[in-house]
Design a protein around this ligand. Structure first.
Ligand code: PAF
Length: 300
């Protein structure tokens, strides 16, 4: 269990098959399930912890993002991490960068159009992690479905010899998708935030019944959304993140919206199995997640 602050040291510590779990910290059961998966399948598991400023389109959001190093270090090691790579900004961006990674088309819609520069920041920092650490496998949560498509395409198009492993969306016992930003939600906010997962589950039930028309699937989700400040409900191609009119290939149904000042995203993944569309609604915790009661720990 070692904390490393440089790429060179982190690379030296990775022996055998190396799994990487990139994070921005304030870990929860979603991150821990990725770390445990990596630890069960690889010789070395490296968790990176870096709140990447270049992927925030709003400086206030960056400022407010929850941080607690000791908490994250202890959680990462207890879940099976061997190395915690926690660089400071000068290791990650030693100078004002002139090069960056842009993934075209996949970033035209949803998060890409609403958060200008976000995916350029994500693709660039993930490319730097891949180049600097040289993992064999990298794990990303499916909750960020468009991010999974962007990172997978980036790794393939730039020939990074790394296998991308998406991990299930982990949900609260009541369905709310886990996100580090949930620590900002009051009890009343959480109730309102449940409109998102409840909409996604209603649409999933319709897909289970055989519906493939995107407008009707999206309408079933929209029906459950009342007070939430909705940004989009979109059925999109899993590989290209392009909007779909009809469910005719592996897809995800994505929702984004804000509760007060807190922006939330969620989705369900839809794959074809034995000639039928099967919806992956994620995995529910039996009890409240570790994020409950963490409002005080955030920001310390
Ligand atoms: O999903 C995240 O936490 C971030 O976007 C990532 C992949 C760690 C890059 O900063």
């Amino acid at each position: 269990m070692i904390v490393a602050a440089t790429f060179a040291e982190t690379r030296r510590l990775g022996s055998g098959i190396v799994g990487l779990v990139p994070t921005m910290g304030f870990l929860h059961e979603g991150h821990l399930s990725l770390i445990a998966r990596s630890s069960a399948s690889n010789d070395t598991t490296i968790v990176s912890l870096f709140v990447n400023p270049t992927q925030f389109d709003d400086p206030a959001d960056l400022e407010r993002y929850p941080r607690n190093f000791e908490r994250d270090r202890d959680l990462a090691f207890s879940a099976g991490a061997d190395v915690l790579f926690a660089p400071d900004e000068s290791e990650m961006y030693p100078r004002e960068p002139l090069a960056s990674v842009v993934v075209r088309q996949l970033t035209d819609h949803m998060e890409g159009s609403l958060r200008p520069g976000h995916f350029e920041g994500v693709a660039t920092v993930v490319a730097k992690l891949f180049a600097g650490i040289q993992p064999d496998v990298a794990y990303f949560g499916r909750k960020d479905a468009q991010q999974v498509s962007v990172v997978t395409t980036m790794a393939r198009d730039l020939s990074f010899p790394v296998q991308i492993e998406p991990g299930a969306t982990i949900r609260e016992y009541d369905g709310l998708a886990l996100s580090s930003r949930n620590v900002f939600l009051s009890d009343a906010d959480r109730e309102q935030a449940l409109e998102i997962s409840s909409g996604l589950f209603a649409a999933s039930d319709l897909i289970d019944d055989g519906e493939t028309d995107a407008a009707r699937i999206e309408a079933a989700c929209l029906d459950r959304i009342g007070d939430l400040d909705l940004e989009y409900v979109q059925l999109a191609d899993q590989a290209t993140a392009q909007p779909l009119d009809r469910l005719d290939r592996p897809a995800f149904l994505a929702v984004a919206g804000s509760v007060g000042a807190t922006r939330l995203i969620d989705n369900v993944a839809i794959d074809r199995m034995n000639g039928q569309w099967v919806v992956d609604r994620g995995e529910r915790l039996a009890e409240r997640s570790m994020l409950y009661g963490e409002n005080d720990a955030a920001g310390s």
